[in-house]
Design a protein around this ligand. Structure first.
Ligand code: HEC
Ligand code: HEC
Length: 284
């Protein structure tokens, strides 16, 4: 082993938050105690935060304290996020694609506490969580960032999910750089990975593990992250107006089955009921 630089506890406390997670910090402190300090701390970048707010947040995280949410937010470049989402897909699937597109852009644009999050935290969501086909990972990743970035995350998140269920994916905004252009589009009517993928694959006559489907999901990840960025930017400028409304196809179901104000209150969820149930109120 080479000569190790000895670092004092005071120096550790002063390390800016760039890439320095609480875990890494604790690892470093433990290593210090046992005299084995090496890469744990060196691995944490030392880029100084610029504005005063960021410096305050950065020192909080260096002390292992979790800054209160919502975390600082600045307007981010929607099309940059979209392209990154597309590109990230190949590295870690849909949740990583969308979540890390937003995270990386926030790290660059805002810094501070955003630098403390590891991009690997998004890995579990691929294929609707370890390929279980549940919540679309692109939504999962984007929602996590919304949750941290905005006080009104519940409204923004509801809008994002509702938008996703009705959007004809993939958008044509990737044509300038994507590998397969002009793909067929489908509306999922559902936030479920299983449904979203199956409806598209059927329409495109594609197999799940072929390149065309991966392209489609890469674009969808970029589109979903970009929509989240749009919503956050709008909220920042106090211009967010919710547009999603439960369609007439199933709003009456909810009136009787969903929420404590409904007649029966025996259903939880806002997904389109007709995907899975017949409409028993219709006589045939
Ligand atoms: C006017 C009120 C009303 C509306 C509107 C309505 N339901 Fe129902 N639904 C009922 C009642 C009452 C029952 C019977 C409850 C029971 O027998 O326990 C029922 C039963 C059901 C059941 C079977 C539950 C069970 O206990 O077996 C399902 C599933 C269901 N409804 C789904 C829907 C869906 C989907 C829609 C919209 C397309 C819908 N309902 C619209 C009142 C309504
Ligand atoms: C992704 C598929 C899916 C969607 C979407 C869905 N359900 Fe269900 N629902 C099920 C399954 C599966 C069950 C359990 C098996 C059953 O009872 O049919 C169930 C059960 C129910 C029951 C029976 C509850 C009970 O206590 O017996 C009601 C009522 C119901 N759903 C209403 C709705 C309504 C209203 C919606 C729309 C707001 C909806 N469901 C959306 C799949 C779905």
């Amino acid at each position: 082993m080479s000569q190790e630089k000895v670092i004092t506890e005071k120096e550790i406390m002063e390390i800016p938050a760039k890439s320095c997670t609480r875990r890494k910090f604790l690892l470093g402190a433990g290593a210090l105690a046992t005299g084995m300090l090496t890469t744990g701390i060196v691995g944490c970048g030392t880029t100084a935060a610029t504005d005063a707010g960021e410096t305050a947040k950065a020192s909080e995280t260096a002390k292992g304290e979790v800054p209160a949410v919502p975390w600082p937010y600045k307007k981010i470049d929607v099309e940059l996020v979209r392209k990154r989402g597309y590109e990230n897909y190949k590295k870690g699937g849909c949740m990583y694609a969308a979540g890390n597109a937003l995270l990386t852009t926030l790290q660059e644009t805002v810094g501070g506490p955003w630098n403390t999050l590891p991009k690997e935290m998004f890995m579990y969501g691929a294929g609707g969580a370890y390929n279980w086909g549940t919540l679309c990972g692109a939504l999962n990743g984007a929602l996590l960032i919304l949750n941290l970035a905005a006080k009104s995350h519940a409204d923004l998140g509801n809008e994002l999910i509702g938008w996703y269920t009705e959007f004809p994916f993939p958008s044509n905004k990737h044509e300038g750089y994507c590998e397969i252009k002009n793909q067929i589009t489908t509306v999922a009517n559902s936030p479920l990975c299983h449904v979203s993928v199956s409806i598209w694959a059927n329409a495109a006559n594609a197999r799940i593990n072929e390149k065309a489907k991966k392209e489609r999901c890469a674009k969808l990840s970029g589109d979903t992250a970009a929509r989240a960025a749009e919503l956050l930017n709008a909220a920042l400028e106090q211009k967010f107006v919710p547009a999603f409304k439960v369609s007439n196809e199933y709003s009456h179901c909810m009136a009787c089955h969903q929420s404590d104000k409904s007649l029966l209150d025996n259903e939880q969820g806002k997904m389109n009921c007709i995907d899975c149930h017949d409409d028993h109120t219709k006589k045939d």
